[in-house]
Design a protein. Structure first.
Length: 370
């Protein structure tokens, strides 16, 4: 997700992995679209009568692949390296602590400067929000990432001992406990009872850690020969079936509850998310393995991938700035296409983020930071 993390900035552009660069900028857009909420991402909640309702209902299950793919990118590009623990703290963790502090401060000044507080009150509120990770919607990833970096030496030892059977076993645990159990449980109990959460063996390996390991597996362990059109078609079909099941369960949950809400809509988002995530990651890797990319497009991908971290850091501000275009222009003159309006809005916010990041990276400190 960041320049430092997935691809070292010291490498020349031609050395960069283009499928990683593509996934970076694509997934930043998807993350931003997630934050469009009922104006785009979960528009199905307020438009049950729409002819496009099935499409709207399916969208979140594919848009939600963005954050897991970022975890997979980090696992793919960091778990195979060797570094002293001191280097991890000095080079990586210290950098991310600076990112969290500096950009949280920027967001605080932007959104909370008008609060009727004294200077000491502002300082106290800022550090409270900084500590609790409530400053910006997307910043929770930064806190998760620091946790990953703290565990990085252990994960690096773990992947060396993992066999193909163990990776498949881990995938099976995910599909059963994250995918099948919630579906079966709701069909039986209609939400009145749940399996004891502590039975879930994936508690030992959190969801982010699962995707870190999966990214390493797909990038370094899964044979390139597996990435064929036939296998990708099979994986895509299975992912579509998983989406159909999760989408139906979301709809059914709304029926049982007497109406759809955002809380209800989120219950099955993660059920078979691994299938969608693995398909997107594998399809992208296959495409860039089997197709020639011109130098011009390679440079564009490297630029967009390298600037994507900054776009994410500014995304709360850029969405806020461009929302007026959505509310006063797009929804007024293109009112028949609200989902399309949301796509345009997020694209404009993304473009503004690119400009802001490009500008701030002209400053030496920020060029090294992001």
């Amino acid at each position: 997700m960041t320049n430092d993390t997935p691809t070292p900035t010291s490498k020349p552009a031609k050395k960069k992995l283009l499928h990683i660069e593509f996934l970076r900028f694509l997934c930043i857009w998807l993350v931003m679209f997630t934050h469009s909420a009922t104006e785009g991402f979960s528009i199905f909640i307020h438009r049950p009568e729409s002819l496009f309702y099935p499409f709207y209902l399916a969208v979140p299950f594919w848009v939600k692949t963005a954050v897991p793919i970022f975890f997979m990118i980090s696992g793919a590009l960091l778990l195979g390296r060797e570094e002293p623990i001191s280097t991890i703290f000095k080079k990586r963790i210290w950098r991310f602590l600076q990112v969290i502090f500096v950009f949280s401060l920027i967001n605080y000044v932007w959104f909370y400067h008008n609060l009727p507080l004294t200077i000491l009150g502002h300082i106290a509120k800022f550090f409270t929000m900084l500590y609790s990770s409530q400053m910006a919607t997307a910043y929770y990833f930064l806190y998760i990432y620091i946790g990953f970096l703290l565990m990085l030496p252990i994960w690096r030892k773990l992947v060396k001992a993992m066999t193909e059977d163990l990776y498949l076993y881990l995938i099976g645990l995910n599909l059963f406990f994250v995918g099948c159990v919630p579906v079966i449980s709701f069909l039986i109990f209609k939400g009145s009872a749940e399996m004891n959460y502590f039975v879930n063996p994936l508690l030992a390996i959190s969801e982010p850690s699962f995707y870190f390991l999966m990214g390493y597996w797909i990038e370094h362990v899964l044979p390139d020969t597996w990435l064929t059109k036939r296998n990708l078609a099979r994986l895509g079909l299975i992912a579509i079936i998983g989406t159909a099941i999760a989408g139906f369960m979301t709809y059914y949950h709304g029926v049982c509850a007497g109406g759809m809400t955002e809380a209800i809509s989120e219950r099955f988002y993660d059920s078979f998310l691994f299938l969608n995530t693995a398909f997107v990651f594998c399809l992208t890797r296959w495409y860039f393995m089997t197709h020639h990319i011109s130098d011009a497009w390679s440079h564009r991908l490297v630029f967009l991938g390298g600037i994507s971290f900054g776009v994410m850091l500014f995304e709360e501000i850029t969405r806020n700035l461009t929302h007026i275009i959505l509310s006063r222009v797009l929804l007024v003159y293109l009112y028949r296409f609200p989902f399309f309006d949301a796509v345009i809005w997020i694209t404009l916010a993304y473009a503004l983020g690119v400009v802001l990041t490009w500008g701030i990276k002209k400053i030496p400190y920020f060029r090294k930071l992001i």
